[in-house]
Ligand binder design. Structure first.
Ligand SMILES: C[S@@+](CC[C@H](N)C(=O)[O-])C[C@H]1O[C@@H](n2cnc3c(N)ncnc32)[C@H](O)[C@@H]1O
Length: 259
């Protein structure tokens, strides 16, 4: 994959490195970025209502992390809970979160076909995870294959422009190039020495890849600030995620598509 600062790396090397780093930082994320949240400061599922009736539905979570979104699905009456995650540590945490439920959890990259049943699921979803994929086309092809005809795929991820936005002295500035897609290496993750490589893609890449796969796009949401924050005021902030920034630009893109 093209590295934006020069050079190419194999996807397998990236996955191996990201897996190690996610194993190391997993504890920072226990229950964070989980449904009903779609992302930082973004409207929640309670506000957007993208999932239809969940009762008795078979559900697959891609990048299930600590399992809290699957727990939410169980509380809504899902009949089968399945989850995949790259990190062994995340899967262990998810097993603990879901220990009283009969969840099928697998440690695997989402890019790989590990024999998850085809045309089986009513809903496949991914909360802040699908953008980690090193192969968007292969991943969307697989996710499509898991869905029953008429089934839904719902995912959230950083708004693709958001990664380029910096807040400085009360102004929002563009850093780098939105035009240039590839991968970016970060030596640290969550303040720890845990190198990660994260792909950057344009909004149109996600949408066109869904169309190529055969999905029908039902909704594209560029998040607004959740009403939970209506009464919260905030000064200008230079943090990556802040209410100050979120009130000016969507933190999160949320897409719903059907097979
Ligand atoms: C922000 S967390 C997701 C939180 C989770 N969706 C939830 O609802 O609680 C991102 C997750 O993506 C996983 N991940 C990263 N790259 C992946 C890949 N290629 N395949 C599968 N999972 C991946 C990480 O291990 C991590 O658990």
């Amino acid at each position: 994959m093209k590295h934006i600062n020069g050079g190419f790396r194999l996807s397998t090397d990236i996955l191996e490195q990201n897996k190690k780093s996610w194993d190391k930082v997993a504890y920072h994320f226990n229950g964070k970025d989980a449904l009903p949240s779609y992302g930082p400061f973004a409207q929640t599922e309670d506000e957007l209502k993208l999932f239809n009736e969940i009762k008795n539905k078979k559900i697959l979570d891609i990048g299930c992390g600590s399992g809290h979104s699957l727990r939410y699905m169980a509380d809504k009456g899902a009949i089968e809970l399945w989850g995949i995650d790259l990190s062994e540590t995340q899967i262990e945490i998810a097993r603990e979160t879901l220990k009283d439920l009969n969840a099928n959890l697998f440690c695997s990259p989402m890019e790989k076909d590990i024999g998850i049943p085809k045309q089986y699921f009513d809903v496949v979803y991914s909360i802040y995870a699908v953008g980690w994929t090193t192969d968007l086309a292969a991943t969307f092809d697989l996710l499509y294959s898991y869905l029953k005809p008429g089934g839904s795929f719902i995912f959230s991820w950083d708004h693709p422009l958001y990664v380029h936005l910096r807040s400085r002295e009360g102004q929002i500035l563009l850093e780098g190039s939105y035009q240039e897609e590839g991968v970016v290496n970060y030596p640290n993750f969550k303040g720890e020495e845990a190198p990660v490589t994260i792909p950057t893609r344009k909004m149109s890449t996600y949408i066109n890849e869904l169309i190529r796969t055969g999905f029908t796009i039902e909704a594209v949401i560029e998040s607004d600030v959740s009403s939970v924050f209506d009464s919260v005021s905030e000064e200008a902030s230079e943090r990556y995620y802040s209410l100050f920034k979120a009130r000016k630009f969507p933190t999160t893109m949320i897409i719903k598509a059907t097979r």
